[in-house]
Design a protein around this ligand. Structure first.
Ligand code: GRF
Length: 234
């Protein structure tokens, strides 16, 4: 049968995920089956636990070891250049930093403006940097949480896509608080990747607008025309 023109499905947007460690956010994203193709998982550490998960799930993995560039004239620049090459071989629409523990050069960040996101374990702009849970406990804050944001050249800064806040309990330890925040990270990051893949994020200065799904009106109108129990999602 001659294939009919015009019915090829659009290719899924491609995503590269950068990790340094256990990769629980990577796992949450993969298991959410987002409408994108995870083209590769790249780690700066050969022993990152998330690499085994990616490999077991048939995702290409690569290591760009930052220690290999320690003797370069500009170690940070040389590492970022190698990382950029490794990423760009996959021509991703989106770069996802999922526990990627490296400070990136401005040139690297600029190259991915509007198409690189990060998850940070605090309610930004509070507590950029490391040890966020410990610092929140030391300050006695009652609300703590996590943030998904577009990456800019200022550390843990950039237009915020989504945040979740959790209450801090009087007897919380760093471990109990980080576990509750991580649970929220695993809800937020897959959703943010899905929004991006669906083309629903618009950066407007410091703010991000999340556009409604294209069929939102149709679903609402269909719901108005009938009583359906239990309610349909779409
Ligand atoms: C997460 O808490 C993330 O917010 C932070 O690093 C941690 C990474 O955890 N940037 P995992 O590797 O995704 O399990």
């Amino acid at each position: 049968m001659t294939p009919r023109p015009g019915i090829e499905p659009a290719p899924l947007p491609s995503v590269v995920v950068l990790i340094s460690g256990r990769g629980s956010n990577l796992r949450a994203i993969v298991e959410s089956t987002p409408p994108c193709r995870i083209a590769a998982v790249i780690s700066n550490r050969p022993d990152a636990g998330g690499l085994a998960f990616a490999h077991a799930n048939g995702i290409a993995t690569e290591v760009v070891d930052h220690t290999a560039y320690a003797d370069a004239a500009d170690p940070r620049g040389a590492f970022d250049a190698a990382l950029m090459q490794a990423i760009d071989r996959h021509q991703p629409q989106l770069v996802v930093l999922a526990g990627f523990m490296r400070i990136l050069t401005a040139g690297f960040v600029d190259h991915y403006t509007g198409r690189m996101i990060n998850i940070h374990p605090s309610l930004l702009p509070a507590y950029p940097g490391l040890h966020t849970h410990r610092r929140a406990l030391e300050d006695g804050v009652r609300l703590h949480g996590c943030t998904v944001h577009f990456v800019t050249s200022t550390l843990d800064n950039g237009p915020i896509v989504v945040q979740a806040a959790v209450a801090v309990d009087a007897d919380d330890s760093e471990d109990t608080l980080s576990a509750r925040v991580l649970e929220q990270e695993h809800r937020l990051y897959p959703q943010a990747v899905r929004w991006f893949a669906e083309g629903r994020l618009r950066i407007d200065g410091a703010r991000v607008r999340v556009l409604p799904p294209p069929d939102a009106d149709t679903v609402a109108a269909a719901n108005d025309r009938a009583l359906v129990a239990p309610a349909l999602d779409r």
